[in-house]
Write a protein that binds this ligand. Structure first.
Ligand code: ADP
Ligand code: MG
Length: 353
């Protein structure tokens, strides 16, 4: 089922949690709502679910106004970060819950429930644990039971609100890969709320970047990471170096570097800045580019991070390069090197996103 969010506004008293939010979620895709805490992700998810009334706009499921569907007919499955399982019921009964509470006419037979629950248990790879109680499971297993419970009702939309947020990093990584594989198997339209950039970039088909109740950018993980539309997205999705200078004739002049910004040509001279990811900063000793001092060197597995400083302004910069290139470069602390951006984007001062 596809989801269309059109011009949705949500207020809590005088506070606007969602300002005119519009979003298309295509059938069968996994879309991540990514943003800092308080940016409106959960509110948007709850509006989509019909759990939260909105003050303006429309939510359509398959082109039909979702508000006119009975909640039972919406066929929406949920998993929340702290959506506690029923502690006094077995794993089996937790998963069977959504089927057992159906009105008699729609309730599957006991045999059918057995079959369906077993299928869900196999799907989430908990086949042998049907008789356990939630307290006898690890955090990761509990979230998989929660997912099985959501999937047992054969939802047409799956809404996940930080489902792995309470788990430790290693388990979270395993579970998100597993979720991706599961999604490929089931192809249920899924909206995943997360504040974890890596999680969103790794599992989602489309990433929706939210900030203060607005959508900043929608794109594939590659698009949002490589081509952020504004400084907020740049910052939120990873480390970034800022080169402040003056823009004239579509070129940014900064500390001996000239960055082409044809998108800004034709403007009067004005202050602007370039954003460059640390791995897009080419480091050399050949005298071309901006001279900087090496202040620190960190070797992190196959990568090396150089902490740099501009001698003219004292501003810190950061470069990341493969260990091999670092060896070839042969630099040490307090030496002078030269940096040139390989890839960058120029924004006008005051354009904060
Ligand atoms: P996120 O999930 O991105 O962390 P939320 O959607 O939970 O953000 O919240 C967005 C904003 O709306 C926050 O400032 C939050 O304090 C506010 N908010 C959320 N729910 C309520 C509520 N029931 N009453 C008042 N304010 C709320
Ligand atoms: Mg939230």
């Amino acid at each position: 089922m596809s989801i269309q969010v059109q011009n949705v506004v949500k207020r809590f008293g005088s506070f606007s949690a969602l300002h005119d939010v519009s979003l298309e979620i295509p059938e069968g895709k996994l879309v991540a709502l990514l943003g800092p805490s308080g940016s409106g992700k959960t509110t948007l998810l709850r509006v989509i679910a019909g759990l939260e009334a909105h003050d303006g706009g429309t939510v359509l499921f398959d082109g039909r106004n979702a508000a006119y569907r009975h909640p039972r007919d919406r066929r929406v499955g949920f998993v929340f970060q702290h959506y506690a399982l029923f502690q006094h019921s077995t794993v089996f009964e937790n998963i069977a819950f959504g089927l057992r509470v159906r009105p008699r006419a729609q309730r599957p037979s006991e045999n059918e429930i057995q079959r369906r629950v077993q299928e869900m248990l196999d799907l989430v790879q908990l086949g042998g644990l049907a008789d356990r109680y939630p307290t006898q499971l690890s955090g990761g297993q509990r979230q998989r039971v929660a997912l099985a419970r959501a999937l047992a009702i054969e939802p047409r939309i799956l809404l996940l609100d930080e489902p792995f947020g309470a788990l430790d990093a290693k388990v979270r990584e395993e579970l998100r890969r597993w979720l991706r594989r599961l999604h490929e198997q089931m192809e249920i339209t899924t909206v995943l709320v997360t504040h974890d950039q890596e999680e969103a970039l790794e599992v989602a088909d489309q990433v929706v970047i939210m900030n203060r109740g607005r959508i900043e950018q929608v794109g594939t993980p590659e698009e949002v990471y490589d081509s952020p539309v504004n400084p907020f997205v740049y910052n939120f999705l990873g480390a970034v170096n800022i080169f402040r200078g003056r823009l004239a004739d579509g070129k940014l002049q900064v500390g001996g570097l000239e960055l082409d910004a044809p998108e800004h040509s034709g403007r009067a001279e004005e202050p602007a800045f370039g954003c460059v990811r640390p791995h897009d900063l080419v480091v050399s000793r050949d005298g071309h580019g901006m001279p900087v001092l090496v202040k620190n060197i960190h070797v992190i597995g196959p990568w090396v991070r150089l902490e740099l400083r501009r001698p003219d302004t004292g501003e810190p910069l950061e470069a990341e390069l493969p260990k091999e290139s670092y060896r070839d470069l042969g630099v040490s602390v307090d030496e002078m090197v030269f940096v040139t951006p390989r890839k960058f984007r120029v924004f006008l001062e005051g354009q904060t996103g």
